[in-house]
Design a binder for this molecule. Structure first.
Ligand SMILES: [Fe+2]
Length: 388
């Protein structure tokens, strides 16, 4: 018995080390708006999580107790490995400092919880992470758009390796960032770990789902990692002079195709998106914005496949009447720009971005400039759109 006790005593530090909680992925910013954002991260064990918030300033994060925001579910603090803390009541156009915390839950029986260690981001010998809320009154905004990298992290680094925090207010991933979603970890190995390393802890990222992200056993969990303001992959937000409408075109082949194993219901889904677009297009907030940008992975032209035909049939009538300034697409892995009115049935310009170029976009109250950049950072071509 004594020998056994000694063994346990000897092994205890190792056991405790093995249980050390760690932040595995993130944090990254989601669902940014003028008064709210959601901060997402994962840990290697179950935990209760929170964010501490401080105003922008030169004082130490430790100067005083900071306001805490917990992840909660219907009145209870949430316990899990995926953490999503929404912070509300923020001021528009304001910079905040933040720190994330996860307190490990070692056991949970009835009302008895045994807590372990706490993992957090570093504010001791590093500057705290920051974010800036959106503001519709901002004179000018800048954003980047990347699509179809299919898990090629090095391309992501080439595209977004600059000082994104200084030169971009937000980043849009326009679909097919990975080829298949069999396991939720692929979200991180495929692109989000690199995105976090490059910018996503401090610059918000918005996902427009591609057809490849709707494939695989873990695809139904994707929305958990990319929370939006309406819980859907089609949603809208505003920053500065731009009203963004993010759309989802679903899969590209008919629902009955053998590749989908009888699981696809994208015809019904596109009808649901159509109804939402019709409501959006009549929204005075949307119509009064200086610029209206639609982001959708699959373009509504250039293919005779069912997905393209169905979304063109369902989405275009409402979009054609909505004074869209430009639609940004991907999917084909080939650059194509068509001015409004050139393609029968499409009244607005459509820009299809290649898989090895990215869009560097600046918009003032009067003009939008879209630079198409290659992997070496060279500008390939450019388009300007004047306010109507
Ligand atoms: Fe695609």
């Amino acid at each position: 018995m004594k020998q056994r006790m000694t063994l346990i005593t000897l092994l205890l530090p190792a056991l405790l080390m093995a249980q050390q909680i760690e932040i595995v992925n993130g944090p990254y910013l989601q669902n940014m708006s003028e008064n709210e954002t959601t901060i997402v991260w994962t840990t290697n064990s179950d935990a209760v999580s929170w964010v501490e918030l401080a105003p922008e300033g030169e004082d130490s994060f430790y100067a005083k107790e900071r306001e805490r925001f917990y992840e909660s579910s219907h009145g209870n603090k949430a316990i899990g490995r995926l953490h999503r803390v929404t912070i509300g009541n923020l001021e528009p156009g304001t910079t905040y400092r933040y720190r994330i915390f996860s307190k490990e839950v070692l056991s949970y029986e009835g009302h008895r919880i045994m807590y372990g260690n706490i993992a957090s981001t570093n504010v001791y010998n590093k500057q705290p992470l920051t974010f800036t809320t959106f503001d519709r009154n901002r004179e000018r905004i800048a954003f980047k758009v990347v699509n179809d990298i299919h898990g090629k992290n090095d391309n992501l680094s080439s595209m977004l390796g600059g000082d994104i925090k200084k030169n971009s207010d937000l980043v849009i991933f326009n679909g097919d960032m990975i080829s298949m979603l069999n396991d939720e970890r692929q979200i991180f190995t495929g692109f989000m770990d690199r995105a976090t390393e490059l910018f996503a802890s401090e610059v918000p990222v918005f996902l427009a789902r591609g057809n490849h992200e709707s494939r695989g056993k873990a695809s139904s969990q994707l929305i958990d990692y990319f929370p939006t303001n309406n819980g859907q992959f089609y949603y809208a937000f505003r920053h500065g002079p731009v009203h963004f409408m993010i759309l989802d075109g679903g899969e590209d082949k008919p629902d009955s195709d053998i590749e989908y194993s009888g699981l696809s219901l994208f015809d019904d889904y596109r009808s649901e998106v159509k109804r939402w677009i019709e409501k959006q297009a009549a929204d005075p907030d949307f119509l009064s914005a200086p610029f209206r940008v639609v982001v959708m992975h699959i373009p509504p032209t250039g293919s005779t496949w069912h997905g393209t035909l169905d979304l063109a049939d369902k989405y275009l009538p409402a979009l054609n009447g909505a004074r869209i300034d430009i639609m940004l697409c991907g999917h084909t892995h080939n650059y194509l720009y068509t001015p409004g009115g050139e393609v029968p049935g499409i009244s607005f310009p459509v820009l299809i971005n290649d898989d090895e170029t990215w869009l560097d976009i600046e918009t003032t109250q009067e003009k939008m400039t879209i630079d198409i950049m290659d992997l070496s950072g060279k500008r390939v071509t450019s388009h300007t759109i004047d306010r109507r």
